[in-house]
Design a protein around this ligand. Structure first.
Ligand SMILES: [Fe+2]
Ligand SMILES: [Fe+2]
Length: 151
C-alpha cells in the first residue's frame, strides 16, 4: 500500500514543531551546563564529580541533538521543491545555500563533539544552537516555510 506524501500543511507543522523542540533543547543544555565555573574555558577548576556529571549531561544532549539535526535537516531538504512552476533560479539558489548551511552546521556539531572537555563541547554546541535559532531560521527556514504556505 502506498502512503500518501505529506501535504504542505503537514510539513509546515512538522518543521515548526521541530523548531519548538530545538528551543526547549537549548534551555535544557543551558541548565545542564549551569556550573558557574563553566564559562567556555576548561574544567580545571571543577571538582571531578562535577566534571563527570557535566560530561554525562552534555553527552546525552549531544546525542539527542545530533540525531535531531540530521532528521530535521532531511525533513526540510525533502520539502524543498527542486523544479516546476514558480521555482525561480533565485529560489533554487536559496534552497541550495540552505542545504549547504545544514552541512556546515553538521560539520560544526562534529567539531564540537571532538572538543577535549565538556565545557568546550557544550559551549560550542550552545553557540551552534544560538546561531541556528537567531540566524539560520530567519535566513533560510522562513523562506522555505513561506513558499510551502503559498503553494
Ligand atoms: Fe529548521
Ligand atoms: Fe534549515
Amino acid at each position: 500500500m502506498h502512503s500518501k506524501p505529506p501535504s504542505h500543511t503537514d510539513l509546515i507543522e512538522e518543521i515548526e514543531k521541530e523548531h519548538s523542540f530545538l528551543r526547549v533543547e537549548l534551555n535544557r543544555l543551558r541548565e545542564a551546563m549551569a556550573c558557574r565555573l563553566c564559562h567556555g574555558e576548561d574544567c580545571a577548576h571543577c571538582e571531578p564529580g562535577a566534571v563527570r556529571r557535566c560530561q554525562q549531561a552534555v553527552d546525552t544532549h549531544f546525542s539527542t541533538l545530533l540525531s535531531y539535526m540530521h532528521d530535521h535537516f532531511m525533513h526540510e531538504e525533502s520539502a524543498m521543491p527542486r523544479h516546476g512552476h514558480g521555482i525561480s533560479p533565485a529560489l533554487r539558489d536559496t534552497f541550495r545555500q540552505h542545504t549547504e548551511a545544514h552541512a556546515d552546521m553538521m560539520a560544526w556539531a562534529a567539531k564540537a563533539v571532538g572538543a577535549v572537555d565538556p565545557c568546550q563541547q557544550g559551549q560550542s554546541m550552545l553557540n551552534l544552537i544560538e546561531d541556528w535559532l537567531n540566524k539560520h531560521i530567519a535566513t533560510y527556514d522562513d523562506v522555505l516555510l513561506a513558499w510551502l504556505r503559498q503553494h
